[in-house]
Design a protein around this ligand. Sequence first.
Ligand code: GLA
Length: 334
Amino acid sequence: MFWAAPLLLLVAIMGCDRGSGSSGSSGSGGGRVKLGFIVKQPEEPWFQLEWKFAEQAAQKDGFDLVKIGAPDGDKVLSAIDNLASQQAKGFVICTPDTRLGPAIVSQARQRGLKLISVDDQFIGTDGKPMTDVPYLGISARKIGNQVGQALWDEMKKRGWPLEGTAVCVVTFDELDTARERTEGASEALAAAGFPRDRMYPAPQKTSDVPGALDAGAVLLTQHPEVKRWLICGTNDSAVMGAVRATEGRQFRPEDVIGIGINGTDCISEFEKATPTGFFASVLLTPKKHGGDTIEMLYRWVKDGQEPPKDTRTTGILIDRSSFRQVLREQGITG
Ligand code: GLA
């Protein structure tokens, strides 16, 4: 039919992908529940794992899953329209911009869709977190503290003097969960005795590896006197970018300690034959973020069981020696 082509094109442009959780069903028919899962950065392994666990839940519980990558506000709003036109009943979302919260809530309400936010909590028009929208995210400050403590412990283990050592804090302050993570790392380092005046922010313009590489490169140019770097940031990509910047300035891996967050986007670092400056990461729980959120939504749609308004998750420190075993134990690898 002549209208089908533009519709299909629209779906393709939006990166819309019906999950394998839909096996055995022909779509909206048959009374099967259909749910969406919208993420801001579908290229990040973290978000791919969220989708993987959401699909597992869809298969187990017997509902249809629609995965949509939405890197900007326009894509989010058209994704919601698209879900509504497919008779979906709700969606889980990690929004590309937390200030879109009020617009997302009102559009979902108009279309009769239930929603749960994951990872990045919506910010209301008053600038405060929208605590009335069910949210699942990490205990950001505590996980940041874990990073800071681990940086300090490794520095002590290597016998580094404070003199000539500094911290590169890769920041992305426009996102609350990111700001809390880097503040948490800095707080723990300060509490352990690291001087605050040698913790230097490296603000990312974009929250990805190239954004962190640029931010790190600027900071290294500003501080040629520093001989050894500790690195923390929002997530693995932030720390990987800054580690690449140290390599670009010929720092040896032994003189760099980078500790990330996610534990899912840094596997290639740990698998390299020789160690890099990317020393460790706090492995989060993509199974909870992807699988539990979509299951909560399913129960809400199907049985009217309301999800909790605020759920926080924790993490486990992994490094080159432990990552294989921990990833297996956590059900992330087979
Ligand atoms: C944010 C980050 C992701 C990941 C999640 C975890 O969305 O951008 O890389 O750390 O938080 O909740």
